[in-house]
Design a protein around this ligand. Structure first.
Ligand code: PLP
Length: 422
């Protein structure tokens, strides 16, 4: 065993969903002949139109005199200029903003923005005070669980639940009676639409969070990995919210480019500069090939167009398939609740008073050939114990219609037995 530093130990922990993924990979590998319906994937589906878009942009780049300049040279750590310009132009037109290049940083995927942000603004100050990284609504993206070098800085808040008993639906709301953003807060992070729940915080909720953070100049990172204009994986109306202390974070991963690692931070120049220095030290810059094809797809309008006309309807249909199957097969007298499907590529199910925990439910589902993700992994930073946290599962909408239907029928059988045997 090599001896490790505190940071070394912290970063080598398998956090959140990565620990589960290890178990899932083993299950699939050792499954000998057993066929599994895998509803655990976070990887987007390769949609033909989307693949074609990136293929076309690549062909254009190959034919262009810029090719050598793009792939054979280092560039600015702030990003490839044509991509920065494309984002500024697109967002200014679309949302009536007045962004300049100083408001924009291109990063290798958006995950890296949360790492820079969590550690530049959260953790111990020079004076030794602990600045917290606040997740205003738990559950949220499992990836926030690993980003801080000082894990004691991460703190998440339980939400309020808005429950429609008759319809077997519910929705999380930020609990503003509990949420504390103060001079001890270093930064705030949340995803909108949310992975894992598909929740979309309302425009007013977002403004309220930003207002709570404003007096202490706390930056609010809004993880827009599923938001409009690309990949536009919102099934309900939502407006991206911008503001002085808001860092709006984009990702091209769910728009078909996860492998090229393209993320974008949009915010005030001072904070963008801090994030950029962090990036220069860490990895210099993102892939220039990825940035060049992204610039083309944004400039031509094709990316926004395919997002709305191909990517969004694809997943929205999957959610309908799942919802219909649950309505049809789930007994009315079981206390199951599906989170409102407002976006992203997942469905989130809560089994109230579940007699076993989410891990055991995950194991029992594996026995019938269905793999989901146990919900407990999506509560990073939550300090309280809360039974709800062991009563949920995440279902990926990346499976085929048929698989989703079959899996929901098996889920119904398993959960029925679980409640009956209690
Ligand atoms: N944020 C959320 C909410 C995600 O779901 C993901 C990926 O699944 C990420 C961030 C990381 O994405 P990227 O590929 O841009 O690093």
């Amino acid at each position: 065993e090599p001896s490790l530093t505190q940071f070394g130990t912290q970063m080598s922990n398998l956090t959140g969903v990565r620990a589960i993924m290890k178990d899932i990979i083993e299950t699939l590998r050792l499954g000998q002949g057993q066929e599994f319906i895998n509803l655990s994937a976070g990887n987007p589906v390769i949609l033909p139109e989307v693949e074609q878009l990136w293929r076309d942009c690549t062909a254009q780049l190959l034919a262009s005199p810029d090719y050598g300049e793009v792939v054979c040279r280092y560039g600015s750590s702030q990003g490839y200029q044509p991509l920065i310009d494309a984002i500024a132009k697109d967002f200014n037109q679309r949302y009536g903003l007045s962004l300049t290049e100083r408001n924009i940083l291109i990063t290798p995927g958006s995950q890296s923005i949360y790492f820079y942000g969590a550690n530049a603004f959260g953790g111990y100050t020079q004076a030794g005070e602990l600045k917290q990284i606040v997740l205003p609504l738990s559950p949220d993206y499992t990836g926030y669980g690993g980003v801080s070098l000082t894990p004691e800085a991460l703190i998440a808040y339980k939400p309020s639940l808005e429950i429609d008993e008759a319809a077997h639906r519910y929705k999380y709301r930020p609990d503003f009676s509990q949420l504390k953003i103060s001079q001890d807060t270093g930064c705030v992070i949340f995803s909108r639409p949310c992975n894992p729940t598909g929740n979309v915080l309302s425009d007013n909720e977002v403004r309220k969070i930003a207002e709570l953070a404003a007096p202490n100049h706390v930056p609010v990172f809004i993880d827009s990995a599923y938001a409009p204009p690309f990949p536009a994986l919102n099934f309900t109306d939502m407006t991206p919210i911008f503001g002085d202390n808001i860092i709006h974070c984009l990702s091209l991963s769910k728009a078909g480019l996860p492998g090229e690692r393209i993320g974008v931070a949009i915010g005030d120049p001072d904070r963008i500069e801090i994030l950029q220095s962090f990036q220069t030290n860490l990895c210099i810059h993102s892939s220039r090939y990825g940035q060049a094809i992204s610039a083309q797809a944004i400039n031509s309008g094709a990316l926004a167009e395919i997002s709305v006309n191909v990517i969004r309807p694809y997943y929205q249909h999957k959610f309908t398939v799942l919802e219909t199957a649950l309505n049809q097969f789930m007994p009315k007298d079981l206390p199951w609740f599906l989170h409102r499907g407002e976006g992203a590529i997942f469905a989130w199910l809560w089994f109230k008073d579940l007699p076993i925990n989410d891990w055991d439910l995950y194991q029992q589902l594996k026995q019938v050939g269905v793999i989901v993700v146990p919900g407990n992994t999506f509560f990073p930073g939550l300090r309280d114990t809360w039974e709800h946290q062991h009563q949920c599962i995440r279902i990926s909408l990346t499976a085929s219609d048929r698989e989703l239907e079959t899996a929901m029928q098996r889920l119904v059988k398993v959960t029925q037995q679980v409640y009956q045997q209690a």
